[in-house]
Design a protein around this ligand. Structure first.
Ligand SMILES: C[S@@+](CC[C@H](N)C(=O)[O-])C[C@H]1O[C@@H](n2cnc3c(N)ncnc32)[C@H](O)[C@@H]1O
Length: 378
């Protein structure tokens, strides 16, 4: 192992996120072999070019950070929207731990991306036990080549992972590297009873709650939200492009009101945000830093009705509260305050108290147990 690789493995092991089996997989698979020559840190946007700074690139490849591996589906001139990324090694390790895969099992991975995840799975389970589906044919081809040059040959399929991959079903584990709004029933149907499905899940408002489901004998899957994963959406579940440009139209007659609630009461609180998202699943939120002070301005947008609202939060507003403007048939801020209040009155339940049941007909979200269903979608 090269020194940054060794450091990464020791760091992950030291933090207790690697079992002995996964330690040898992380040690055997060099992450840098799966990354492009120009890497952008997913959080900071900082770019490093291998041709210009080989050493810095190698350090970045083994830093515990998510790396953007494609923007705008590979188009040359776009807004720079991340469409594929390699998760931070600690996030990959955590997903593998939660997956509870052991040799002898067969796994379906959705979202091959760089191929790094498929390589880790292949190392532990064997090439024949791993199928990975990638919707972007070019990425799928690149991943196949990278996997082969690293010594792995899992089946990499170019196609829509929302259909699963019936060719090698049934699976003991389905692990998704993309967030979904509805867990595709194909994943349940292609799993063995007792199998597990691990996927980031969300809605327009809240994204990335990690659902850990067990497939039951009667064709349903059920489980809880066990963590959080920041990752790209499944292609069909992405937000509309140019959301704010399309829906937000400043008009001078928009009356402003003031509210005490600050964005930190909601946006920085995963439990509150999750609960509000369940109640307003089609409402997008976006944060922009505006003005000289760079104050956050939070926008809420409901494309279905064209309603939108803006929330200008500046620390100097202090006692007078933050400025809110609402427009359209839905008063999105009034709804948001009410949704948050319902969560407060329910005792501020943590998002890990919520669970999900998936059947062929519907997807139900419940609190604590299936007797208290909070949201249902067909
Ligand atoms: C977060 S990246 C995958 C990371 C990957 N596991 C790795 O280790 O690098 C998500 C990938 O899922 C792909 N994707 C998006 N929607 C998909 C779908 N419906 N089916 C299959 N792949 C999809 C994207 O093109 C992207 O490459």
């Amino acid at each position: 192992m090269i020194p940054p690789h060794r450091r990464m493995v020791e760091d992950l092991a030291g933090r207790g996120v690697l079992s002995p089996d996964w330690r040898s997989a992380f040690a055997a698979v060099p992450r840098h072999l799966f990354l492009p020559d120009v890497i952008a840190d997913a959080d900071t946007g900082g770019r490093v070019d291998r041709e210009v700074d080989e050493r810095g690139w190698m350090e970045a490849a083994y830093a515990d950070a998510a790396v953007v591996t494609q923007v705008d589906d590979g188009a040359r001139h776009g807004p720079g929207e991340p469409t594929s990324s390699s998760p931070a090694p600690s996030a990959a390790a955590e997903a593998m731990r939660l997956l509870r895969a052991v040799p002898g099992m067969r796994v379906l991975e959705v979202g091959t991306g760089s191929g790094y995840g498929a390589a880790l799975l292949s190392h532990l389970l064997g090439d024949d036990a791993v199928v990975s589906v990638e919707i972007d044919f070019e990425l799928a081809e690149r991943a196949r080549i990278r996997l082969m040059s690293a010594g792995f040959t899992p089946l990499v399929v170019g196609g829509d992972g929302m259909q699963g991959w019936a060719g090698r079903a049934p699976y003991d584990r389905v692990v998704s590297a993309v967030a979904v709004r509805r867990v595709p029933y194909a994943w349940v149907a292609q799993s063995r009873p007792g199998g597990r499905i691990l996927t980031p899940w969300g809605n327009a408002f809240h994204h990335g709650a990690l659902a850990d489901l067990v497939v039951g004998p009667r064709g349903t899957a059920q489980g809880r939200f066990v963590g959080h994963a920041d990752c790209v959406w499944a292609r069909a579940d992405r937000a509309p492009r140019r959301l704010l440009e399309t829906y937000v139209r400043a008009k001078p007659d928009h009356a402003a009101t003031r509210i005490r609630l600050g964005p930190e009461d909601l946006l920085d609180d995963r439990d509150a945000s999750f609960a509000v998202g369940l109640q307003m699943p089609g409402v997008y939120r976006r944060v922009r830093h505006t003005g000289e002070a760079g104050d956050p301005r939070v926008y809420l947008v409901d494309p279905a009705t064209g309603s939108w609202a803006s929330w200008h939060a500046a620390p100097r507003h202090g006692e007078s509260g933050h400025e809110v403007r609402q427009h359209g048939p839905r008063s999105l801020f009034t709804e948001l305050e009410a949704a948050r209040l319902r969560w407060v009155e329910a005792g501020r339940p943590a998002y890990t108290r919520f669970g999900l049941t998936v059947s062929a007909e519907h997807q139900l979200v419940w609190l604590d147990d299936e007797d208290s269903v909070l949201a249902s979608s067909g």
